[in-house]
Design a protein around this ligand. Structure first.
Ligand code: NAP
Length: 305
């Protein structure tokens, strides 16, 4: 009998994973915030995934955090700022051999979650898949991609990667997941805040070449200092390549701000500035970028953490 996948958070990525696992016949349960959300979920009749214009609904059983069933495998699919508290509410349900898969972008939330559940194995993920919600309990699969999974403290791959294979979730086990997470964080820091401040698509940053180059130099210095030289390698070239390849897109932070949603700033640019300060590294442009972004978010009435 397969181990049940408990999916915490029925948002874009949580739904994308839960529906594909359920479609492959694997046991999945969805954990929603509270009884009110559970009633709403039950009324909807399941999770709907829209793929290539076609919508399919999967009747994944739902529950609240207070449900009594023990949890052995937990996919944490909340935003970075919600992950620690959401997992803390489940700590007493985790089995002795529990494994957590953390889908959060950026860095900082993974360590915060791991502190809540010292008995569990925490596996971090970095994904290039894209999805968005176009209604309650309904998600559009917007961009095919890949998910790298890894455990910085324990390089052996878990057995359940077979489930991902069966569910056709493109993935790879990574023995350098921290490098991947740092690299993605650096790309994000060099692109996303500037798209918000200059109010432009990614391609608009081609007009701010010097500003981007200065940030890349400081980010590379930070990566070197915190023992991630591979993540610093050719950073500026890759940032320029991404800006060009995604010129027509609005960054995720731009979209959050445009939709008046809280951003994950504390786990991206905020984390970079915090680690730089810890290393007593003076990165004036990165710090100034953070101050400008915080002021901008404040002027829009959005949280700056
Ligand atoms: P999302 O659509 O906002 O979904 C987050 C979900 O978590 C929401 O359904 C929310 O519930 C739920 N949640 C929050 N606190 C909870 C709690 N205590 N108990 C139960 N559920 C809780 O977020 P997302 O876009 O999937 O992003 C998740 C993470 O993946 C982020 O770190 C993001 O940066 C990363 N990521 C996303 C994508 C993408 O394409 N979307 C791609 C790569 C990486 P409610 O519905 O009740 O608010």
């Amino acid at each position: 009998m397969s181990t049940t996948w408990h999916v915490l958070g029925a948002g874009s990525l949580g739904t994308l994973w839960a529906t594909r696992l359920a479609r492959a016949g694997l046991p999945v349960r969805l954990i929603v915030r509270d009884t009110m959300r559970l009633h709403s979920y039950k009324a909807a009749g399941g999770l709907t995934l829209v793929e290539n214009g076609q919508a399919n609904t999967y009747a994944v059983p739902g529950e609240t955090p207070d449900s009594p069933e023990p949890i052995r495998r937990l996919l944490v699919a909340c935003k970075a700022y919600d992950a620690e508290n959401a997992v803390a509410r489940l700590a007493s349900r985790l089995a002795a051999d529990a494994e957590l898969i953390l889908l959060q972008n950026g860095l900082g939330s993974q360590d915060a979650v791991a502190m809540q559940v010292p008995q569990a194995r925490c596996i971090s993920a970095s994904s290039t898949e894209g999805a968005f919600r176009d209604g309650d309990w309904r998600v559009v699969f917007a961009g095919h991609g890949y998910t790298w999974l890894g455990d910085a403290g324990h390089p052996v791959a878990p057995i359940w990667l077979d489930d991902l294979e069966a569910a056709k979730i493109p993935h790879e086990w990574s023995t350098d997941i921290l490098t991947r997470l740092w690299r993605k964080l650096a790309l994000n820091c060099a692109i996303n805040p500037l798209t918000v401040l200059h109010h432009c698509r990614n391609g608009g940053l081609q007009d701010h070449h010097c500003e981007v180059a200065t940030l890349c130099a400081e980010l590379a210095e930070l990566l070197e200092r915190c023992g991630q030289p591979a993540a610093a390698d050719n950073l500026q070239q890759e940032v320029e390549r991404v800006i060009q390849a995604t010129a027509a897109n609005y960054s995720s932070m731009y979209q959050d701000v445009a939709n008046q949603r809280r951003t994950e700033i504390s786990y991206l640019l905020g984390h970079a500035c915090k680690v730089a300060a810890r290393h007593q590294l003076n990165l004036p442009h990165l710090n100034q970028l953070q101050q400008r972004l915080i002021a901008h978010l404040g002027s829009l009435g959005l949280p700056s953490d």
